[in-house]
Design a binder for this molecule. Structure first.
Ligand code: TGC
Ligand code: FAD
Length: 390
């Protein structure tokens, strides 16, 4: 892993600014130094490695595009994407932690929050002093979050929150949670819930075979008294959480390329060194086909992500364009992981190499932030105007 070489078949680097490359290289060096050496062990133990929180903050992974006045890194969308790519080259679970903190916790507070909320939460989230989680999914409402039953009532000087969220990244250790719940009229609002509020608990979900280095759990609310100033005032309705998902899904479109790059790089190196029948296995046409198709798909994914990044920078990217890139790039990454694992033969199933871990992680990535099916149906709706969800 120390020798990682990033595939750049179509000279994408020529399109990047000096800042993009500096940001990317800083993230790459940090992943190489502080993530790759410890991540396999963390995944085997099913523990989130808290020691990396400071490093994530330092490379700008917490709020890359949040303005500097709130502690963010003030970078553009392509830098944000490149940071996600490099982190996911290390591990999708680590990228999850960064995605949630940036796009699902800091983003809604920045976009939908009051000035007081921004001042109170964003700097501490940017530095990693506080960690956040995002509660949208419920036991009975995953792909269809609009059906949620978590709810809050106005009881005079505060709200009373009840309900439960499932499959929540970072929940077991989060200090704050951005929670989506319906008011008495059935309108969805975001509430900032803080650890320590009475009636709020965050049990961990165990026995995952995927994303083992990321902590996943529940958010349970039993008559939690939420101060009125913790309601996000500037946007409500399902479009509010979906707007956060747009930003996180965009980051995943880049992140998945990182996982794919790492699998390709490992498989290419192995294919050149492993000798069978008197020659490197990379000399056999069947292995060349696998490797050639991998680099082709990685290159296409890079171009898709880069162009989407330009559109995001101009504030012109549509939700459907983001869905296409998330769906495509995660799919190519999972296929590359499966092929790369086979190139390593028996060695491919061990933790000596990162491929099997990436492969299992990507099973979560293809499911969360909108499943593979949901993103296809979003494209279907966009091109036909006919809604398969209703
Ligand atoms: P629909 O009627 O289409 O829309 C309701 C309102 O939302 C607006 N909208 C959007 N706004 C911003 N961004 C988007 N992407 C939007 N998509 C829709 C829409 O215009 C409408 O606004 P208004 O003003 O008219 O009310 O909603 P629907 O109920 O039919 O659902 C549509 C569907 C299925 C596409 C959507 O619900 C969906 O995307 N489902 C998938 C759920 C999902 O992605 N969950 C992710 C949970 S978080 C997570 O997985 C984190 S993992 C993080 C990690 O570890 O990295
Ligand atoms: P379901 O919605 O029950 O889907 C089951 C199957 O049915 C899928 O294959 C789906 O594609 C298919 N399906 C559903 N509807 C349709 C349809 N209309 N047409 C065709 N097929 C359909 N959520 C959060 O809110 N915050 C988090 O931090 C978070 N982190 C996560 C971390 C992990 C590791 C995982 C696994 C999930 C996380 N999630 C999180 C939840 C994630 O977003 C949901 O798992 C996802 O949205 C799918 O919901 P579901 O699991 O309930 O599946």
């Amino acid at each position: 892993p120390d020798l990682f070489e990033a595939p750049d078949y179509y000279n994408l680097d020529d399109l990047l600014s000096e800042e993009h490359k500096l940001v990317r290289d800083a993230a790459r060096d940090w992943v190489k130094r502080d993530v790759s050496p410890i991540i396999e062990d963390a995944a085997q133990k099913a523990e989130f490695p808290k020691s990396i929180i400071g490093g994530l903050a330092e490379i700008g992974a917490f709020g890359p595009y949040i303005p500097e006045e709130y502690g963010g890194a003030g970078l553009d969308q392509i830098s944000y994407g490149l940071i996600m790519q490099e982190i996911e080259r290390g591990d999708s679970g680590v990228r999850s932690t960064a995605s949630v903190q940036s796009s699902l916790v800091m983003y809604p507070i920045w976009k939908y929050g009051s000035e007081e909320q921004r001042q109170k939460y964003l700097p501490k989230l940017a530095s990693g002093e506080w960690m956040g989680s995002f509660g949208l999914t419920e036991p009975d409402h995953g792909s269809n979050p609009g059906g949620m039953t978590t709810n809050f009532k106005d009881v005079g000087d505060h709200y009373l929150l009840n309900g439960a969220k499932l499959w929540i990244s970072n929940s077991p250790f989060c200090d704050v949670a951005v929670v989506w719940a319906k008011n008495e009229e059935g309108r969805i609002h975001g509430l900032i819930v803080e650890r320590g509020m009475e009636g709020f608990s965050t049990p961990e979900t165990h026995n995952k075979w995927s994303l083992r280095a990321s902590a996943t759990g529940e958010l349970i609310f039993q008559d939690v008294k939420v101060p009125k100033e913790n309601l996000l005032p500037n946007k409500s309705g399902l479009g509010a959480p979906l707007g956060c998902l747009d930003s996180a899904r965009y980051g995943i479109a880049w992140g998945a390329i990182g996982a794919a790059m790492d699998c390709y790089d490992t498989a290419l190196r192995y294919a050149k060194e492993r000798i069978q029948f008197g020659k490197p296995i990379g000399a056999f046409q069947l292995q060349q086909k696998k490797l050639a198709e991998m680099i082709t798909e990685i290159t296409k994914a890079q171009l898709l992500a880069f162009r989407l990044g330009q559109l995001k920078n101009e504030d012109k990217a549509t939700s459907a364009q983001i869905s296409m890139a998330k769906r495509n790039n995660v799919e190519i990454a999972i296929k590359i992981a499966r092929e790369a694992r086979q190139i390593l033969g028996g060695m491919g199933i061990t933790g000596e190499y990162s491929i099997m871990r990436h492969m299992m992680n990507l099973e979560s990535v293809i499911t969360y932030e909108g499943t593979h099916d949901i993103h296809l149906l979003i494209t279907g709706l966009d091109i036909t105007g006919l809604n398969a969800f209703k």
